[in-house]
Design a protein around this ligand. Structure first.
Ligand SMILES: *[C@@H]1O[C@H](CO)[C@@H](O)[C@H](O)[C@H]1NC(C)=O
Ligand SMILES: *[C@@H]1O[C@H](CO)[C@@H](O)[C@H](O)[C@H]1NC(C)=O
Length: 387
């Protein structure tokens, strides 16, 4: 009898555990209705979900208003943020009270962000104020989605639109995969970088489609082991490591792989950039391969300004392999390294970049670098200056 009872009790407990796992916390159950502001409802749903292992916060189809929110741990375990609808940020920067984000995920282990929905940053008003040359005192504009110290997580099938500033910003993240995200903003919208990665490690970005007014993907100091696979960029400024060397004591960047993908009508293709007169730093083990350029202004570009006091960021072990397509300028390959710390171990292999305009072919420039060229070379290999 006692045994039977305990079996029933255990079964009940197991059943409870199972129904709790994967439990859905729909913002509607917390008073969040379409066309209304769901800030409070979302905070309540998140808090409740965090108290349960393996829970899911759901925002179903519909359009919702959302103010600036911080979604943070402690959570009991894995948690999913499932956005199926469209979120609208406030248009007015003042309502962010100086916060540098709209939606911020902080210090979460095992987060999934998914659902196919849209984070619409409503940036138009903020960009206009930037552009009009009016005295505009908001030094800080909000990033659409921040991930700060998030680890072992996946962000997939979401859209970010018209951010006031960067679309997605990663800081101090580890083991994070970003898949099938779509990012859109007009080509002339200022500082609307697609994905910025800083001080993070083991990050993969796969099958992203990014059109913005600034960098498609930018990689800042202290970042290691980033792989991008089949990322489509344009319009915008292309894929960039840097700018590096703005501050003292920046941490090294290494282990960057940009594989496949297409850049169309961007200002740069793949670029490594340092600030002039920057303090010592290291950027190494960076590889770019099998990339298509369509009408790109600087398809292959190492940019260490040399006409001012030189950068002390040392760039080494870099390869550009099988990069092909069209360049909108004749100077398709620019490897301009610092005369204080010349670039080392730079390989350029199987390049085929054709000038998009009429008359003439593409050229290459090498300053303070002696690249190893292998395979087919169009433009023809550079003559080396100042080395
Ligand atoms: C990198 O992250 C993936 C998951 O995104 C994980 O499976 C892998 O073990 C991580 N690698 C290291 C070296 O931590
Ligand atoms: C250069 O990069 C290759 C490819 O990632 C890596 O295996 C190698 O260890 C790097 N070499 C140095 C000296 O950093």
């Amino acid at each position: 009898m006692g045994n039977n009872l305990s079996i029933v009790t255990i079964s009940l407990l197991l059943l409870l555990a199972f129904t709790n796992a994967g439990q859905v916390f729909d913002v509607k159950s917390y008073g969040g209705q379409p066309d209304a502001d769901i800030t409070q409802a979302l905070m309540k749903a998140w808090k409740a979900a965090c108290a349960v292992v393996g829970s899911k916060v759901v925002i179903s189809t519909g359009t919702y208003k959302l103010g600036s929110v911080t979604l943070l741990s402690p959570c009991k375990g894995a948690i999913e943020f499932n956005l199926q609808g469209t979120l609208h940020a406030p248009s007015d920067v003042a309502s962010f009270n100086g916060k540098d984000f709209w939606v911020s995920f902080q210090r979460i282990d095992s987060l999934i962000v998914s659902g196919g929905g849209v984070f619409d940053g409503k940036g138009q008003m903020a960009w206009q104020k930037n552009n009009c040359g009016k005295k505009y005192n908001y030094k800080i504009l909000p990033t659409n989605i921040r991930f700060d110290f998030v680890k072992n997580s996946i962000v997939h099938d979401i859209q970010s639109k018209d951010s006031k500033f960067f679309h997605i910003n990663l800081l101090g993240c580890k083991n994070l995969q970003i898949q099938h995200v779509t990012i859109t903003a007009p080509g002339d919208s200022p500082n609307t970088d697609g994905i910025h990665i800083g001080r993070s490690s083991n990050i993969t970005i796969t099958n992203a489609n990014i059109g913005t007014g600034d960098d498609c993907i930018s990689i800042g100091d202290g970042t290691q082991d980033v792989t991008t696979n089949q990322v489509t960029c344009g319009p915008g400024h292309g894929i960039s490591v840097g700018s590096l060397g703005k501050y003292q004591n920046e941490q090294p960047v290494f282990g960057i792989r940009v594989i496949g993908g297409t850049l169309s009508s961007t200002k740069n293709g793949v670029r490594i950039k340092t600030w002039p007169s920057s303090p010592p730093g290291i950027a190494s083990d960076m590889h770019f391969e099998n990339i298509i350029m369509n009408n790109v202004a600087n398809p292959i570009f190492i940019d260490q300004c040399t006409n001012q006091s030189p950068s002390k960021v040392k760039i080494s072990n870099v390869s550009f392999k099988n990069i092909r397509g069209t360049s909108s300028t004749k100077e398709a390959v620019k490897l301009i390294c610092s005369n204080s710390v010349p670039c080392q171990q730079v390989v350029v292999a199987d390049t085929n970049l054709v000038y998009k305009g009429l008359g003439g072919s593409t050229t290459s420039t090498c300053v303070n670098v002696k690249p190893t060229f292998t395979g087919k070379q169009n433009p023809p290999t550079c003559t080396i200056k100042q080395y």
